[in-house]
Design a protein around this ligand. Structure first.
Ligand code: UDP
Length: 260
């Protein structure tokens, strides 16, 4: 069934454009992603969404559990120009970058209109509450099913799952950073009762204003990673993954290394 307003092909499963480092990448636009999620919330079931950037891919290349979680996700969104670039080297032109940080506000707006209950899990204590409060002001009618920092530690899982179950959330955002958030969803999404779960990294921090996102023009020229490095220099070691990723992509060595 097509959603006339968003014009997405909802009657087909999202198309995998290519596999990078053993991770599938879907060719979807932001509007199509919203339409798929709306459909999945309407029909029920369990759908996990990952926002894949080159750091994810480099991690998944070596981490079989993370790779398996991404392979089971309903959508692996191309979040990061590096992913679009590497796909193009494989002869696949993805139509659009779909950043998780854009989707959280966009889906919260959609939730306000459609009456979905949204749970904001993760980030430092108080940040999810602050982000949800800002989103509620921007989108009156947004039903915040719950906000909770918690932690990705397995000891806390049962209590967090119970909290989400009680909240009767339809849509669950998890901000524990990759790969923890994606593995958390893989283990627990089905138990929470939420129909769609998405790992969202630092998105709550950006909305709450505790971290500053790169200006649009920097995002457009593909230098968001550089802005992040200047703002958070302690990430330099993590960001060494980027030149390594570029080299492997250029040499067409973008296969997983079979290590667990
Ligand atoms: N975080 C958390 N608990 C943890 C580790 C991380 O709540 O044990 C939060 C952290 O506060 C931040 C988000 O997870 O809000 C991760 O942000 P980051 O930018 O590192 O994620 P990325 O998008 O790079 O994966």
């Amino acid at each position: 069934m097509a959603d006339q307003r968003l014009g997405a092909p909802l009657d087909v499963t999202p198309r995998v454009a290519c596999s990078l480092m053993g991770t599938p990448i879907h060719d979807v636009t932001l509007a199509e992603t919203v339409a798929y999620i709306a459909r999945w919330i309407e029909i029920g079931g369990i759908h996990q969404i990952a926002t894949v950037n080159p750091e994810f891919l480099m991690q998944a290349r070596k981490d079989a559990a993370f790779r398996a979680a991404l392979n089971r996700a309903a959508l692996c969104l191309p979040d990061g120009y590096g992913v679009l670039w590497a796909a193009r080297l494989r002869g696949k032109r993805l139509r659009e970058r779909v950043p998780g940080s854009d989707l959280v506000p966009r889906l919260s707006a959609e939730a306000a209109q459609r009456g979905w209950r949204v749970f904001y899990l993760g980030a430092a204590p108080g940040v999810a509450e602050k982000a949800a409060a800002i989103l509620t002001v921007r989108h009156p009618g947004l039903t915040v099913a719950g906000c909770y920092a918690g932690s990705p530690s397995p000891d806390e899982e049962d209590a967090i799952v119970a909290r989400i179950q009680t909240s009767q959330a339809d849509l669950l955002f998890v901000a524990y950073g990759a790969p923890r958030q994606d593995l958390w969803l893989q283990r627990n999404l089905a138990r929470t009762g939420a129909k769609v779960g998405m790992g969202v990294g630092g998105s709550f921090d950006f909305i709450a204003g505790v971290r500053k996102r790169a200006p649009r023009w920097i995002q457009r020229i593909g230098l968001e990673w550089f802005h992040r490095l200047l703002a958070e220099p302690w990430r330099w070691r993590r960001q060494l993954a980027l030149p390594h990723f570029a080299l492997l992509a250029l040499l067409h060595l973008d296969q997983p290394v079979s290590k667990t």
